[in-house]
Design a protein around this ligand. Sequence first.
Ligand code: ZN
Length: 136
Amino acid sequence: MTTQHYYTTVGSVRGTCGHEHRTREAAEACIERDGRACRRGHGPNAYSDRRVEERERVPCWYAVATFGSGPYAMPPRGPWNCISDAEDAIARWRERAGSLAGTIAAAHTVRLVGPFHTRSEALDADISDAPVVCSL
Ligand SMILES: [Zn+2]
């Protein structure tokens, strides 16, 4: 898994913009917009003290991957951005599916996989190559 980065802006007075910009240029443009807002509010000498910070995107998306699908109550796919949410959803599925849950897990190799950097990566997880958190 490759490390992904994003860019945000921070300043001790202006705080952070809270965005996860894909490029440094986009973060710099964000600072320019913030600077214009400062000048509108506080006069021509005001400026934004934000600067660009590059941060590592922490992979945090999990999903359920199964081998094949069935006509019955398959487990929820997610994705979820923490393991405990995934476990809660899986526990609710087990309650709904009852005794069928074990049969489904055995027949479809149900695995909780992750972490992935993005939601869509988690949804595209392939059961054969995904990092496995646990098998159900
Ligand atoms: Zn921003």
